[in-house]
Design a protein around this ligand. Structure first.
Ligand code: CA
Ligand code: CA
Ligand code: CA
Ligand code: CA
Length: 445
């Protein structure tokens, strides 16, 4: 009997054994970007192959975790799938954030009864704004102020490369996702937002997302064409909806509620700070939004601030309680985009909306027209008064629906575009659907 066994036959035998008796902890595929010890998984990235975060484990982001290769979107595109009900923790010692590069995808498709939560790794009870970073999604949709072919931008503070020519680019799905206690400083000047959509395209699904107690903006769009439905912003440390660099998406149903201890503007909207005229010009279409400031807090600034050449369509919006004023417009390009001669251009429109602040607007030197005239005379269907929401100021148990017979319960008219669901009310909630309860949560620390 020949006792000689070749190395080749050993390998075959080992492979057969592995198939028959898989190890309890099989080695992870190269490029997984994480390691697990029991139920605790440490995620360092880069994630360069398709990976699933399962709901039975605790996933801890440690440092900036990139999905895909920032330098080359085609080199190793990856899909990170996160199961419904999964909690992902941001390590608070290493500045941690999750960044999806161009060409890669995040599929975080939660459910109302099993949302996906990104939170601080500190214990409940000791968590605060800025414990960790946030979510950054980079896409290949058009942005302005970019260079090269395809024309791209470097994100602020090392948040990667974004932009391109793919208007319908698809960065995945964010549905029933909450980001809380994020917004850490990434350097002296830049904080991470709860959600940063950078050059994200219209093929991306964004529905039912909440940013809660983040230290910078709730949600910021840097160019791109991404649209979103049902955005909830609670206790943001800075602005609620921020945009710049040519964003042209759509939003329906957005609630922003400020807290007393920190805040900024409800909407802070730019085209481009360096050159107000760059194209594509920022021009989102927004319907059914409720912005709730804090009248007694100096942290509560302007409800809607349009500046630096942006255009916008706002329909069925409620702006209430902002300490500084409800509405402002700055910079000649912004005025020129809205009105030509005595007539609206149609590029900036604010209709069927309700304003309720101690100061509606203030005219400043150089303004091309009176902002009060713009809101109440030139545009249609706007009024000043108490919108009559059920419990808009409560922290943690708010009810943003119109009370019976309130101003907000009628007077709405949505844009004629199939993206927008029928809504005859104003603000983000109808009387019979408190969509900001259930999957959302409001832990204070
Ligand atoms: Ca920001
Ligand atoms: Ca901001
Ligand atoms: Ca801004
Ligand atoms: Ca102004």
């Amino acid at each position: 009997m020949n006792k000689h066994i070749s190395t080749a036959s050993l390998a075959v035998a080992a492979a057969a054994l592995a198939t028959a008796c898989p190890q309890s902890n099989p080695p992870l595929p190269e490029g997984s970007g994480y390691t697990c010890d029991g139920e605790l998984c440490t995620v360092t990235g880069p994630i360069l192959t398709d990976v699933t975060f399962t709901a039975d484990k605790k996933w801890v982001l440690t440092g900036g975790v990139f999905v895909g290769d920032d330098a080359d979107p085609d080199a190793s595109p990856a899909i990170l799938t996160i199961e419904p009900g999964t909690t992902v923790y941001g390590d608070t010692a290493a500045l941690s954030f999750l960044l999806v590069t161009r060409g890669s995808k995040l599929v975080a498709d939660g459910r109302a009864d099993a949302p996906i939560v990104f939170t601080s790794a500190k214990d409940a009870g000791s968590r605060a704004r800025g414990d960790w970073g946030g979510l950054v999604i980079n896409g290949q949709a058009p942005v302005n102020g970019c260079t090269g072919d395809p024309c791209v931008v470097q994100g602020e503070a090392g948040t990667g490369t974004y932009g391109g020519a793919v208007a319908n680019d698809d960065s995945g799905v964010l549905r029933y996702v909450r980001v809380e206690f994020g917004g850490a400083l990434i350097d002296d000047e830049n904080e991470l937002n709860g959600f940063a959509f950078q050059g994200v395209g219209s093929g991306t699904v964004i529905e039912n997302i909440q940013a809660h107690l983040v230290s910078d903006d709730c949600i910021e769009f840097f160019g791109g064409t991404a649209s979103a439905k049902r955005i909830l912003c609670t206790g943001a440390g800075d602005d609620n909806l921020d945009w710049t660099f040519g964003w042209t998406g759509k939003v329906q149903f957005l609630i922003a509620q400020q807290y007393d201890d920190a805040g900024g503007n409800g909407i802070e909207a730019d085209n481009n700070e360096a050159n107000n005229e760059l194209t594509p010009v920022s021009r989102p279409v927004i319907s059914n939004a409720t912005f709730i400031g804090r009248p007694a807090s100096e942290n509560s600034k302007i409800g809607v601030l349009l500046r630096r050449g942006t255009q916008a369509e706002l329909h069925n919006v409620i702006v209430m309680g902002f300490n500084d004023r409800c509405f402002d417009m700055d910079d000649s390009a912004t005025f020129a985009g809205a009105v030509e001669g005595d007539a609206l251009t149609g590029n900036t429109v604010i209709e069927n909306s309700i304003f309720d602040c101690a100061t509606l607007s203030e005219d400043e030197e150089g303004d091309a027209f009176s902002l009060e005239d713009f809101l109440l005379t030139m545009n249609e269907g706007n009024e000043v008064g108490d919108p009559g929401l059920t419990a808009p100021d409560s922290v943690g148990a708010a009810d943003f629906r119109p009370a019976a017979g309130s101003l907000a319960s009628s007077g709405g008219q949505v844009p004629s575009d199939s993206f927008f669901e029928a809504a005859s009310y104003r603000g983000a909630c109808p009387a019979d659907d408190n969509w900001a309860q259930g999957w959302a949560a409001f832990p204070q620390n």
